[in-house]
Ligand binder design. Sequence first.
Ligand code: NAD
Length: 488
Amino acid sequence: MNDTLTLPKVNNFIDGKFEGIGNGTMDVVSPLDGKVISSVPMSTTEDLDNAVAAAKRAFKTWSEKTIKERVQVFFTYRNLLEKHQDELAKLVQIENGKTYGEALAEVLKSIELCEFAVSMPQIVTNEVQEVSKGVECRIERKPIGVVACITPFNFPNMVPHWTVPNAIVLGNTVILKPSEKVPLSTIRMAELLKEAGLPDGVFNLVNGGKEIVEAICDHPDIKATSFVGSTHVAKIVYRRATSNLQRCVALGGAKNHLIVLPDANPQMTADNVVASMSGCAGQRCMAASVMVGVDRVQHIIDLMVEEAKSIVPGKNLGSVISKEAKERIEAYITEAEQQGAKILVDGRGATVEGKEGGFYVGPTIIDYVTPDMKVAKEEIFGPVISIIRAKDVDEAILIENGSNYGNAAAVFTQSGGLARRIMEGASAGMIGVNIGVPVPREPFSFGGWNESKFGVGDITGKSSIEFWTQNKKTTTKWNPEDKTNWMS
Ligand code: NAD
């Protein structure tokens, strides 16, 4: 960590200005060492009203611009992200706790998301056809109005970029409510969007917690809300926003299964499974959480153990987000052990010299887990993998299908036929074949199934165009005197 990093002051950003607000503040703690690094203001519903009013005022001018005009800001903004990538990665690292490399990868992904947003004029070309002689039907994508994006702690820079650039490029004006645990990255996002030339009021930032999320769902002038976070809150937000007649897509938690077959390439599989479960300290909605080992896979498990032992907290493994998270993760491991599972690699009680106040959990591999155990069913959100043994592919698919989540699933094998069966049989929105973190890259869209996502469509890529726009259908006849046929 570079000691010269200047942390931005956290405030709301409304109508192009950072403003102080009132209902107290909450400490922002760096999970790297447990030290308070900033404070985040807890906004009031009045603050939200001000932001929505600003976004509403900005909507008319912004939405009337052509899409080719609107994307220009994001060409500049994309380059600013690139220019400041080192500083932005360090901010992610200090507020979230991941390693510098992981934080930088997150910022690079935000750059890719902006590259997709600036390509919108090539994709959103609308439709037109002469449906009868002299009669033309035309469909145009129009913005919806003021929209809101609510984001979680685990990707402070990337997840806001899943939604904000697309929503704005498509003509909407936005209120972003970041996680109160990681408010620093989005302050820089506001500053850089302004520097890139985004007009005041098009992007607004309202900090806070539950109260502001509820106010967003209830706000009569917010037309659509995207949410990314836990399933528990996703359900609350989806129900509340849609009951107030907003459009909503709400992405929830995950419990991703990696199915490992005996013919899988041993070293590549072991490396991928361990990287998937331990990357970002397991705090990824795409992280491997259960490995279903089919038949004879002991040789792969042995390699996984070796690989996991080379992952050291504070060196090539970041921290988890809080003391509570560390305690929760360790309690899951202890319960599995008490129920008879075998801990092959134990990450409990990890500390880092010089950062004793930080929240670290080492990589953990738990074998002989049974499907009824909590570690097999619940989202742990830490660097922990539970191994369930299955006798064949059918049993492995049944185990995967038993989860109420459905974000990702993956298979490791050399057999095309077996891979195909698992691709078909898995009940998840994103499937990997010999890939442990199967995140689709732009323009392919991101979104899970079952209790990992509520609402229609995905949150990124081409699928997001449907969510952030509405269709205007126009039927035109200019030459009534001309030769006509049906419906002319
Ligand atoms: P969280 O659900 O606790 O918080 C998400 C947002 O909701 C935050 O902005 C928070 O302020 C707000 N919030 C928290 N409690 C609330 C409540 N009771 N009522 C209203 N709003 C509330 O999630 P988190 O801990 O910040 O993030 C981790 C979770 O996010 C994990 O479950 C992870 O799987 C999930 N996640 C999912 C995806 C995905 O694509 N499916 C991506 C990233 C993270």
